[in-house]
Design a protein around this ligand. Structure first.
Ligand code: DAH
Length: 348
């Protein structure tokens, strides 16, 4: 009896020691077959029981059952540990599952419109120019023939970066440690870049200038204090108002469609003479939308840039890009462009 008992105890100890070395699902299955399977060690031990003397059978039988339960319990514990390990270590991919579509960003509608416009004018022979958003009074006003007394220079209508009423200002210059500097402001119009282009390039000139401009306006459905303009400038010999009108009509028909109605209204800008404002008909709303101003470049502007007005003529326009985008894509409120609402932005 004690022989058999010892054998059983040893069997349990061996099984548990072996189980400690098991660390894969396959090894565990081998263990199960060896110890707990139909032809395994436990079954053989049960057979030995048949040969034991009758009076010892109940005690040995009980001992064997306990041994089996103990090995089974240890086996199951190991099984749990291995399967938990499997799900953690091998984060597998079920390729049959429908995928999670990542949310892709897209280019802002206004920048798409800028691309469309520069591409269109590119085909009409215009290159793209740019200039600084922080400007001085020379480029924003003086060279554009806007005299010191002009209401457009009122501090209430501009974002000046220096104090306009500063007593240290002499003749529109700010006294700084580096000497007198022109007063700076956020540009109110992209017309400033006309000057910068003409300072560097001599005619013939054909440029478009998309860019941001700033005005202290109260925000509503058609106004923002920061918006975008598309400026155009053509300088050559013998350019006339006919060239201006036909270029603008060509643009309007190419961009909004050949049936689009447009009109020119006489207007005034210090830097053009004659000047006009351009409206396009918005069929959906049954009303005219103003795109912006245009005109023939004023001789004083040429002079400020060292171009001889006796030799050259030019035309220019400055249109609101938000206005153009609203007309093209049926957007009813200019504030949508800056609210960062993905429900709006993802539509384009
Ligand atoms: N700069 C003008 C504005 O912001 C628009 C404008 C008018 C631009 C006439 C031009 C022009 O180039 O010729 O209101």
């Amino acid at each position: 009896m004690s022989d058999l008992l010892q054998q059983i105890e040893k069997m349990v100890a061996d099984a548990i020691a072996e189980l400690l070395t098991v660390n894969s699902a396959e090894a565990l299955e081998q263990f199960r077959i060896k110890w707990l399977g139909t032809h395994g060690q436990m079954k053989s031990a049960m057979k030995l029981l048949g040969q034991a003397p009758k009076e010892q059978k109940p005690a040995l039988g009980q001992q064997l059952n306990q041994a089996k339960e103990q090995i089974t319990a240890e086996f199951e514990r190991k099984q749990g540990a291995i399967s938990a390990d499997l799900t953690q270590a091998h984060d597998y991919v079920d390729v049959t599952e429908p995928g999670l579509r990542p949310r892709l960003g897209n280019r802002h509608i206004l920048m798409k419109v800028v691309d469309e416009l520069t591409e269109l004018f590119g085909r009409m022979g215009f290159s793209v120019a740019a200039g600084p958003e922080v400007e001085d009074e020379f480029h924003n006003f003086i060279a554009l023939n806007i005299p010191e007394s002009h209401p457009a220079r009122d501090p209430l209508d501009n974002f000046y970066l220096e104090k306009w009423s500063d007593p240290s200002l002499v003749g529109g210059m700010a006294a700084t440690s580096a000497g007198p500097q022109p007063l700076r402001l956020l540009r109110t119009q992209t017309s400033t870049v006309q000057i910068r282009v003409m300072e560097q390039q001599k005619p013939p000139i054909r440029v478009v200038i998309p860019g941001r401009v700033y005005r202290p306006d109260t925000h509503d459905a058609t106004h923002l204090s920061m918006f975008h303009q598309l400026e155009a400038l053509a300088v050559d010999k013998d350019l006339t108002m006919v060239d201006l009108k036909s270029a603008i009509m060509q643009f309007i028909h190419a961009y909004f469609g050949p049936e689009t109605r447009a009109r020119f209204r006489p207007s005034f800008f210090p830097f053009t003479e004659p000047s006009a404002e351009v409206d396009v008909w918005f069929e959906d709303r049954q009303r005219w939308i103003e795109l912006g101003g245009c005109g023939m470049v004023h001789p004083n502007v040429f002079k400020a840039c060292g171009i001889d007005p006796e030799q050259y003529t030019g035309w220019a326009f400055g249109f609101g890009i938000e206005r153009i985008a609203m007309r093209k894509y049926g957007i009813d409120d200019i504030r949508h462009f800056v609210e960062n609402d993905v429900r709006f932005l993802s539509q384009f």
